[in-house]
Design a binder for this molecule. Structure first.
Ligand code: THU
Length: 160
């Protein structure tokens, strides 16, 4: 038997003001998208903005449904739209902001497991890392240099 040690490193910024200009602009677009979320059941709104290598920015937000499981997270709304509108164009960065509608949450909110798995599909296919930036409604921003940092033991097509 041998132990396998898996490490994750994140950069944590004190606030959006500490980010480089491009990251700040992307997070601002995620904040704007969060304001358009449709979250009447959870009152937890999420916004996402992703930057493609062709310079396009795609935004998304959570879309809930009276039949709860029929709703979809912001990250998947955005990345599925990117995949459908610009197939084969690499995703460079993805910014997420999330929290209850009263904006009380100030700790970084990472994407849920299903969203990580969905983002991994695109990262694996494109062969280049997707940077992830995530925050609450305000406050600290965490940044990972690859989806692999958030989902190290990913299930991908190599197992099929
Ligand atoms: N949600 C997202 O949009 N992204 C996540 O990564 C986690 C959760 C949404 C789903 C639901 O509309 C609300 O947040 C509460 O779970």
């Amino acid at each position: 038997m041998k132990k396998v040690d898996i490490h994750t490193t994140l950069d944590v910024y004190e606030g959006i003001h500490e980010l480089a200009e491009q990251d700040q602009s992307l997070m601002q677009q995620a904040i704007d998208a969060r304001g358009r979320a449709y979250a009447p059941y959870s009152s937890f709104s999420v916004g996402c903005a992703l930057l493609l290598e062709n310079g396009e920015v795609i935004t998304g937000n959570n879309q809930e449904n009276a039949a709860y499981p029929s709703g979809l997270c912001a990250e998947r709304v955005a990345i599925f739209y990117a995949g459908s509108r610009f197939p084969g164009v690499a995703v460079k960065k993805l910014a997420i902001t999330a929290g209850p509608k009263d904006n009380s949450l100030t700790k970084p909110v990472p994407p849920c497991g299903a969203c990580r798995q969905s983002i991994a599909e695109y990262e694996n296919n494109q062969g280049t890392p997707i940077q992830l930036l995530f925050m609450g409604a305000a406050g600290k921003v965490a940044k990972s240099s690859s989806l692999k940092d958030l989902l190290p033991l990913v299930f991908d097509r190599d197992y099929l």
